[in-house]
Write a protein that binds this ligand. Sequence first.
Ligand SMILES: [Cu+2]
Length: 283
Amino acid sequence: MRSLYRFGLGVLAALGSVAAWAGYAFNFPEPVTPIARETLHMHNLVMVVILVLFFLVFGLLLYSFRTHRKSAGFKAATFTAPVGRKQWLWVLSPFALLFFIDYIVFGIPALHAVLMYEDTKTDAELVVKVTGSQWLWQYEFPAEGVSFSSRLVTPRDQIDSGAAKTPNYLLEVDNPLVLPAGKKVRFITTSNDVIHSWWVPAFGVKRDAVPGFLREFWATVDKPGTYRGQCSELCGKEHGFMPVVVNVVSPEEFAKWLASKKAPVAAAAVPETKVAVVAKAAQ
Ligand SMILES: [Cu+2]
């Protein structure tokens, strides 16, 4: 009893050190896409059902242990084979309950969620190609002819602890990806060296960028803002130094940004591409 009391005090003391909890978020980041909301909803549903089951099962167990003690004078049952109806009931009812929970209570919303996650094409208004590269991200808007790379700008001083770390330490890039709010964006991801993974927690999406493969996901971000993420597939020495930054802005601002990205390319004399040369030669 005394050790239990001490243990309780220890836990309280650990929880009480508020400073240690600073910056520690207990829950998921605020979801800003349909996928993130759906995922959070699934998580909460499963969590609640599992908690109810947990307390039910352990409650029954504890009740059983307490009530059916020999020391409390409980007489053991003396039944033998053949197995009666009541025993079958006890065998089959947990099976039926778990079947119902897994395939109906979890299964139907999970199926709905998965189908929705995979629907990258319906109503997609924009395509962004994301290429992972040791150790930066390349973004391309194929239809608009815009492409650029996005790399870490946190100074080396901060990484080597020579200078104080700024708030977005290791989460700041030179060219963030810019997206229009409220528009469905279809992402295509690949890599040109090893496997990377594009991850923005608030979007609820994380997709491996695999060399030689194109993989898809989508996002419709309703709330303008700056969202940050990281490469989440160990990809070499600077895996921790290739963050993702996405600026979600109004469609008007996005159009302006896109035009500004296009401008330098249009101004420069664009050399004839190989395809064009080949096509001419064939004429
Ligand atoms: Cu990576």
